[in-house]
Design a protein around this ligand. Structure first.
Ligand code: G4P
Ligand code: NA
Ligand code: NA
Length: 194
């Protein structure tokens, strides 16, 4: 997605060979117009899948997920990372280990929001090692729902999350795919498809 790649080039800060900072439009300050375009792009790429719900994880997944859900005209649910006071029973949970942060988080979604009839579109802001997306897939499986696809805003293609998800046969669409962050420069994967 050209507008997103442009924004990454103008605003992204390469912190190291593996970490890209995008706090001016995605992870702290958010750009609503860009988010709207991101939602439209996800909706277009998954239009044929009869999506019934969009699922993400708080916090940075929420903005792209709600925009995709708005376009697809379906509800959006975000998995919580902390236990809610009012949410105790009837939870689907999964443990997500972050290699980046070296910590494990239990994520949860209330059972009542996912049914066997649902076709779920999973959305997240970053794809690195794929642990967050795998945790969401685990929750979808527990609900007996169908994982219809995974939409990622920024995929770090030099890490193995993308491969892990695609080898499960799931349609994974990343709007920007980064091949390398070496020498302080963002290099995108050269797409032949689009
Ligand atoms: P994984 O799910 O693909 O295995 O990713 P990982 O555990 O490495 O990611 C942990 C957190 O770090 C996630 O945010 C993820 O979005 C973020 N992250 C991973 N790589 C990058 C990067 O290069 N740049 C930025 N800006 N973030 C990255 P989180 O802890 O869930 O936080 P939140 O932003 O959703 O609140
Ligand atoms: Na994040
Ligand atoms: Na996230």
């Amino acid at each position: 997605m050209k507008a997103l790649e442009q924004k990454i080039l103008t605003d992204g800060i390469v912190l190291s060979d593996t970490i890209l900072k995008v706090d001016t439009f995605l992870n702290h300050q958010m750009d609503p117009l860009l988010m709207k375009q991101i939602g439209e792009e996800f909706a277009a790429r998954f239009q044929h899948k009869e999506i019934t719900k969009v699922l993400t994880i708080e916090s940075s997944g929420i903005a792209p997920a709600i925009m995709a859900a708005l376009q697809l005209e379906v509800p959006m649910i975000f998995a919580r990372k902390r236990k809610s006071l009012t949410l105790q029973d009837g939870l689907l949970t999964s443990n997500v280990y972050s290699f980046t942060k070296q910590e494990e988080t239990e994520i949860s979604v209330a059972k009542k929001f996912l049914t066997e009839d649902d076709h779920i579109l999973i959305i997240d802001d970053f794809l690195a090692n794929g642990q967050a997306a795998l945790g969401l897939l685990h929750i979808v499986e527990q609900a007996g729902a169908t994982a219809a696809g995974i939409g990622i805003v920024i995929e770090k293609a030099f890490q193995d999350g993308g491969e892990r998800l695609r080898e499960r046969g799931i349609q994974v669409e990343s709007l920007a795919r980064i091949e390398s962050l070496q020498d302080g420069k963002v290099q995108f994967v050269k797409e032949t498809r689009r």
